[in-house]
Design a protein around this ligand. Sequence first.
Ligand code: SF4
Length: 476
Amino acid sequence: MEAIEILLDCCKRKKMQVTNRGNLQMRGLKESPPHHVYQKLQEVGLASRQLQIDHLRNIMLNPTAGIDREELVDTRVWLKQIIAYMEDNPEKIATLPAKFSIGLDGGGIVGIGSRYNEIQFTATKTGEGILFHLELGGRKTFIPTNIFIAPEYLITCLDSLIEIYRQYVDSRGEGYRLRDLIQEWGVSEYWRRVTALNHFPYYTLQTNSSPSVSCDNIAAYDYKPFPKRDRINPPPGDKPHPEDTDKPHPGDADKPYPGDADKPHPGDADKPYPGDTDKPYPYNLNSFHLGLHRQKQEGLYYLGVALPLGYITRQQWQGLRELVEKSGCGEIRLTPWQSIILPNLSDDTIGETIDTLEKLGLSPRENHSRGNVVACVGKAGCKAGITESETHARMAIEYLGEGKQGKQTPNIHFSGCSKCCAQSTPRQLSFIGCWVWRDGKTVEGYKIYRGDSLIAEVTVEKAISLLPELLKEVNG
Ligand code: SF4
């Protein structure tokens, strides 16, 4: 954490942002950090040892790896192997698109199923033990294959998937992604080439009941719907956002992702604050990882804290570092929902931790407003941006923080244009930047969606003024 402080200082930045891939980002730098800072980041494992690749940002794990009380495997073990593999094969990784992504999900309560990594492995319980289910990222959706890999062959499988992907990109040129490969070849042909390159056993799902293994022969490959798993995946839903101009992958757009986004978190919602039953419990009903949750380690808890649009200041970061040292929680985890997790808290340290977070302006009691609003940077930092989406999202957070919205805190999305980078799937309310025609000229405006229904197309001023009324309507 200290290395990040050094980086912020040398870049003269007072804040940074946790991205929706769970990475840290600083905008508007005019030059690279000096060599000694880069070396420091390398020493602590926050920068690549191979200068031609930036592979750490390509990998995403479920942020509760190793502490999730329902996880099937601790994915951190595999993370080390994947990093080593990528560092040993920089020439392969360097030719892949910068947005190439791998997801590794331990199959616990907090899944990363809504983040659509290009190659995703999710631990799944089967008749043959724990296997990794392979899913492939299409256009803001997953193509859930019926392929399962034994953990010991994960790296061999990944190597083949990457090599064939690399060959495809090489032959087509820059800008091609895995979704293009799949659109052109289909999953079966991709998989045929993958298994022809490296021989390794794999399993396919042959029934609609619980996954069971019946063959490892590509000739028997036959797609069957993946059965629902008994686990909770994060909101939002799975349909592409109506403003999303990317076409969904054929046949997959309407397929629900296994799991049920709206189920409450089992066992936690009504739980009193450990060690202090008088204090209200800082949970957030709409966000499955925010608030306090029991870990799989007896007597330990993790606390999910929402950040306003993912931003954290230099001062807050320093305060968190001191808190980590004092509470003994050992680490801070970044989530792909632009929030943080403080793990390994005990009955003795929770109260003090929350007091410190409140002093730092990061109170978990604000999770309900901060955790429910997402926004892209908008025209302040993006050439395609039409509206100041971040500024407007902050207004929504402030309004929600005042608690005037009624019974529930709806989730809200602001994007500066129709690319919807902040959120690819519908939220309860979405404000999508657009040009509108008023008094003989085009002015900045928003298309407003409730779920996936367009309900208004108005100027920015009008959209902001409608917010209280819309929130009341959402609350019924
Ligand atoms: S949604 Fe539009 S404005 Fe926002 S980051 Fe994406 S391209 Fe830029």
